[in-house]
Design a protein around this ligand. Sequence first.
Ligand SMILES: [Zn+2]
Length: 477
Amino acid sequence: MDFSVETAMDLLDLKWVQSLSSELRDDVRVIQAQVLVQPAECPFCKAADPYRHDSREQEFADAPIRGVPVRIQFQRRRYRCRACRKTFFEPLPGFSTKRNMTQRLVYYIARDSLIRTFTDVAKDVSVDVQTVRDVFLDFSDWLRQHHPIATPRIMGIDEAKRAKVLCTVLTDLERREYFDLLPSRRTKPLNDYLSKLPGKDRVEVVAMDLHQGFVTAIARHMPQAVRVADRYHVARLAQEAFDKAHVHARKDLPTGERLSMFRKRGVLAKRDRRLTDAERNEVTKALAPFPILLAAHEAKESFLAIYDARNRQQAEAALLAWMEALPVELSGYFRALTSVVSNNRDIILNYFTHRYTNAFTEASNGISKLLQKTGRGYGFEVMRVKLLYGKRGQVVDLSDYDSDAGPSGDGFGFVFGKMLTVRATPSRKVGASGDGKRRGPRFDRVDRLIDEGYYDMGNKAIADEMDSLIRQFAVGY
Ligand SMILES: [Zn+2]
């Protein structure tokens, strides 16, 4: 489309709209303006010289001027085409075609929503929170369509809770970044997603928990990928088997002894080699009166020791030996583990040729918790965009996760299904980027998050990347 042009530089600093007057109304700057362009041709049939039909008063929200929200009001003219008789509003370059706002306000909202709460942003620009949220969600759709993240070579697939939604988390284990989040852990959405995933044929390895839906979905959609059972998920089953025996042994004890047994669960969940002498004594004493519990403890320890194998062959031999040696009276407690092992033996053993784990997912729980705390009620999609695009190019340092204890730190954090012994706080590692600083586990404010390097708009590379993406989005909006 062609415009006949007059330009003006004024308070609005918009090329095609000139301010006439301005006043402060209820802490909002309201600017009366006029439009300086008129259409040279009909947008439908391109016939020249449409004529003015009528006009109506319109109001647009604009980015704040010196901290004050802005509204622009003008008579917007409507034109009629001499040839096709259609009517149309005059074009408004720099204004959103979708909402009554300027594109620079769209930019402002999309950018600030990445690093601040919707409520704060809404207050700054004096629009309702829902509008801020909608603009942000449109931005997130646009990102998904126009700037998909490259499909990883080494993929992790896991379940986790994000924004209070149990979801499927796909990660890039090489780059230690999120790849995608699906708001469900069910099999059908995953299959739908994978069937359309571009670049899925370049995935070489998938580390996963042994949720059967995952196992079959990966085989079906990425037959070339080596499936690797996440060792921590497998280890967790061994721990849970022991926990069952422990609960059972406790059940008939008098109250006092039962409580004292209950209190020992932390030390009983530790790997034997990590016990201090005093703790080992404690374990021996606790187990002595219960031969079956002692046997269960041994079975758990010997199962976990399989992961010490140096190669696949050794591991396979150890696994078979373990299965054979498992006392029949323990088979009930260990059934979940043994059936997973029988059904997925190759996938479990693949770990010994492709040593990848999903520790990243566990480690990144901390990021999500921080965001949740600061955002108070971010929906799933907001969380998804923040997690996927908020910190591109930075890695989560997993170096001090203990390979015995698993990603939950010292001891299994999931004893008896509860988070009882998590001491390592993932948030300390996340974002530390190897600068050696220890960070406290609790952050209440967004600026602390930014201090953490998350949405690090101070990091020029990340800021520039996001900035250019948001600009592209706003101009097309
Ligand atoms: Zn026309």
